[in-house]
Write a protein that binds this ligand. Sequence first.
Ligand SMILES: [Mg+2]
Length: 155
Amino acid sequence: MEKSLHEQTISGQGGELIPRIGGAIAENERAGNFGFSSMTKAKRILVVDDEPGIQQSLAMLLGFDGHQVQVAGSGEEALEKFQPGAYDLVMTDFSMAGMKGDELASALKKLEPQIPVLLLTAFPPPVKPPSVDLLMTKPFYVASLREAISKLCPS
Ligand SMILES: [Mg+2]
């Protein structure tokens, strides 16, 4: 039997990325708020992950909230796509072949010191890397992702 939207989970290597998506939806519904309007304004977000499924899931979720999303499959590709002023936020996986998420963050900050970087990882390092503004552990709730965006991009 096919699972309803409220039961579906998004999985990736290293465990579930975003479980109980329906939890966040139900919360909003209870509040009579079906959208994201109270959360944050639309942002230009670069999503970096070496797992295409996670890339696409994040792009879809963020797209539903009205954000403009571009994706990159590696730190190297992200650096090619990145231009100072082109994004409001970069969301990156930590564990990737080649350049790791914290190394990407350092490289991005050299190009644009103010760019907020959110690091997503199933295996968080004991200390937040200094190049990263916020660290989120997978799995996480959609509500937590929205909260992180509001925190990192308050305007
Ligand atoms: Mg990865």
